[in-house]
Design a protein around this ligand. Sequence first.
Ligand SMILES: Cc1cc2nc3c(=O)[nH]c(=O)nc-3n(C[C@H](O)[C@H](O)[C@H](O)COP(=O)(O)O)c2cc1C
Length: 184
Amino acid sequence: MKRRVFLGCLGVLGVAHMEINAAEAQKKTKSLIIYFSRTGHVEALAKTIAELTGAQMLKVEPIEAYPNAYSETVDIVKEQMNKGIVPAIKPLKVNFDDFDVIYLGSPTWWGHISRPMERFLTDNKFKGKKVMLFTSHGGSGVAHTREDVQRLCSGNDIAESNAFYGGSANDKADLQSWIEKNVS
Ligand SMILES: Cc1cc2nc3c(=O)[nH]c(=O)nc-3n(C[C@H](O)[C@H](O)[C@H](O)COP(=O)(O)O)c2cc1C
């Protein structure tokens, strides 16, 4: 009986050890999180990824901020998309050579990545990276966001995207299993 309890404890310890190793392996990978967030949902996801991986965070910000009012922003963005306007963002300096994995975070806007993220990816090119796209949305799911990243980030290994409805309760567990599945 005692022997069975002892072996059971060893089993539990073994699983815990494997989990710690997986988390440590993530932290050794050189990762960068580039994100845009207007109302904080994507930013919360970005912070959780940073906590899980030790990745640095870099925030994309439009030079001219979008209004606080939701419907006004929706109309402005629709017009920008119809006219092909990709507004300027504040300058960011990134040395992509320092990173193996690039996490990209954006809200879904009209089924696509946000205009500020479109601007960043148009102006900043990198190759040979693992690209991990995560989005926050109000019901559309991944929609066309992964296609946008495939178009803008050719020459990279683009992992399956992860789309979150608003601020969902299981974000941390979902993010952790997504990272473990895609980043070795
Ligand atoms: C301009 C605009 C367009 C949007 N378009 C969509 C959409 O097509 N599909 C969707 O599910 N949610 C859409 N949303 C909702 C946002 O994706 C959602 O609120 C998201 O969680 C916001 O993330 P953030 O808090 O990081 O800005 C839109 C929001 C805005 C402001």
